[in-house]
Design a binder for this molecule. Structure first.
Ligand SMILES: [Zn+2]
Length: 476
């Protein structure tokens, strides 16, 4: 004792869950869903190796579902302790978790109606009600303030710059000056406009480090140039620019750039529509917590435009162009799909697997004046990936739709540090951790990062297996 058991994100990028056990307590850091391939998703249904009711507390690094999406299930299985997280994370959890529950219920429902599940009846992993119940256990904590979370454990949340509210968690064991575990969560990027740089950290005895992009370097920022070209080309043709966008985080970054390009007169003023209720709720959270974001965005908000429909309030908005409009009802959304004027439409989901963006694609793909722009990672097997790969027709709502619109993508908006940025962050450590556990990466990325750390820093690292338990005593 103490021990750490890797219940997720071990040699894979989803399902983050780390069980820390000491002589007197048992806590979980992150409580994420497995996503992607079926064999991974099936792990969501396997029981945890310990009773949910025996866990004293949960600590969340951020509100992406692969870090928080298992919470409703954990609570349904009997976890009654507190869930510690930052305010930003708590507010975003209130948006994403009930929505995830609703989707689980809808999926189970449609599997039962169409009989395509081998389970009779198909059940949701958790329900919207489970999610709402889990939210009652949230305990919101400010950044940089040590708080006791369980017997002999004190946690501090440090801004990681990866998403609103995102953090790494510094856990100290025992009294002040005791050993320190640093759970890296997901690490953000440097010199980006919306989110701040990852906060420097000077040391820890044990480090958990994400390795999503441990094997690559992102393309350098082009100061919005490719986005400007795509907007200008589309508007000159009299077309619509349709941007499938992840509802939280990515939408804010795209809106920031559109607004900046417009202010700098590098693109014309055209209507910009945000057509995703979840993205709009997240945008409100981002706008309300500007002090946690990059200084750039605070400057931008000072000379902000009043929000289209909310002009009566004269509210300034860092993420609004001059003709910005939020689409609220699905009726409005349908009207927008049939309008034939140049415009920019952001709508989710980001990989075009569902949501309102499908209606825009259905109406917009057959017209060669339009452009569909992807701004995030497109996983294998998704409609987004098929479009990026150049397929000439795609199926939407059971109908084959010809692709005549231009398909474009920009890859400068990733929210995860690349290998150079990870190394830059590690460079702030004044002494090496006794052990660095590489997590949250595919094996290839992990192997590459392990090699880089060995070459440049000479630190000992290890790549734990799924469900492996490690005795931490030798490192503390
Ligand atoms: Zn994340």
């Amino acid at each position: 004792m103490p021990t750490l058991t890797f219940l997720g994100a071990a040699r894979t990028v989803t399902g983050s869950k780390y069980l820390l056990e000491t002589d007197t307590t048992r806590i979980l850091v992150d409580c994420g869903l497995f996503q992607g391939f079926k064999e991974l998703r099936e792990r969501n249904w396997q029981p945890l190796p310990v009773e949910a009711s025996s866990i004293d507390a949960v600590i969340l690094t951020h509100a992406h579902l692969d870090h928080c999406g298992y919470l409703p299930r954990l609570v349904a299985e009997g976890f009654t302790g507190r869930i510690f997280c930052t305010q930003g994370t708590g507010h975003l959890c209130r948006i994403v978790l009930p929505d995830a529950g609703r989707l689980q219920e809808e999926d189970a429902d449609s599997a039962n109606r169409h009989g395509y599940s081998k389970h009779k009846p198909a059940l949701p992993l958790f329900t919207e009600e489970d999610a709402n119940r889990a939210l009652l256990q949230l305990q919101l904590i400010g950044y940089d303030r040590p708080v006791p979370v369980a017997d002999g454990l004190e946690a501090t949340f440090i801004n990681a710059g990866h998403l609103l509210g995102s953090s790494y968690v510094r856990l100290s064991l025992g009294d002040a000056g005791g050993p320190v575990l640093l759970f890296g969560g997901d690490l953000g990027r440097y010199d980006r406009p919306v989110l701040p740089d990852p906060t420097p950290v000077s040391g820890a005895d044990v480090l958990l480090l994400e390795s999503t992009y441990g094997d690559r370097e992102h393309s350098p920022s082009d100061d919005g140039e490719s986005l400007a070209q795509i907007v200008n080309g589309t508007i000159e043709r009299g077309g619509k620019l349709i941007i499938p966008s992840f509802a939280i985080g990515r939408a804010e970054e795209v809106l920031y750039w559109l607004r900046r390009l417009e202010d700098e007169k590098r693109i014309p003023v055209v209507p910009v529509f945000l057509d995703s209720p979840m993205a709009e709720r997240a945008r409100e959270q981002y706008s309300a917590r500007l002090d946690e974001l990059d200084p750039d965005i605070r400057k931008a908000s000072e000379k902000g435009h009043a929000v289209g429909r909310l002009q009566a309030e004269h509210r300034m908005c860092a993420f609004c162009t001059s003709r910005f409009e939020v689409v609220t009802s699905s009726q409005q959304s349908r009207e927008l799909t049939s309008r034939k004027m140049p415009a920019i439409i952001l709508s989710s989901s980001g990989m075009a697997t569902g949501g309102r963006v499908l209606n825009h694609l259905h109406a917009g793909l057959p017209d060669e004046r339009n452009t569909v722009l992807f701004v995030g990672y497109q996983a294998a097997g998704t409609r987004g990936r098929r479009l990026v790969d150049g397929e000439r027709e795609v199926k939407i709502h059971g109908e084959l739709v010809p692709v005549r619109a231009q398909i474009a993508s920009v890859d400068t908006m990733s929210a995860h540090a690349d290998s150079r940025e990870i190394l830059r962050w590690l460079g702030g450590f004044t002494r090496p951790p006794a052990m660095t556990f590489l997590v949250h990466g595919e094996p290839r990325a992990m192997d590459a990062l392990e090699g880089t750390i060995a070459d440049r820093l000479g630190w000992p690292t290890t790549k734990p297996e799924h469900q492996q338990t490690v005795d931490l005593a030798p490192y503390l």
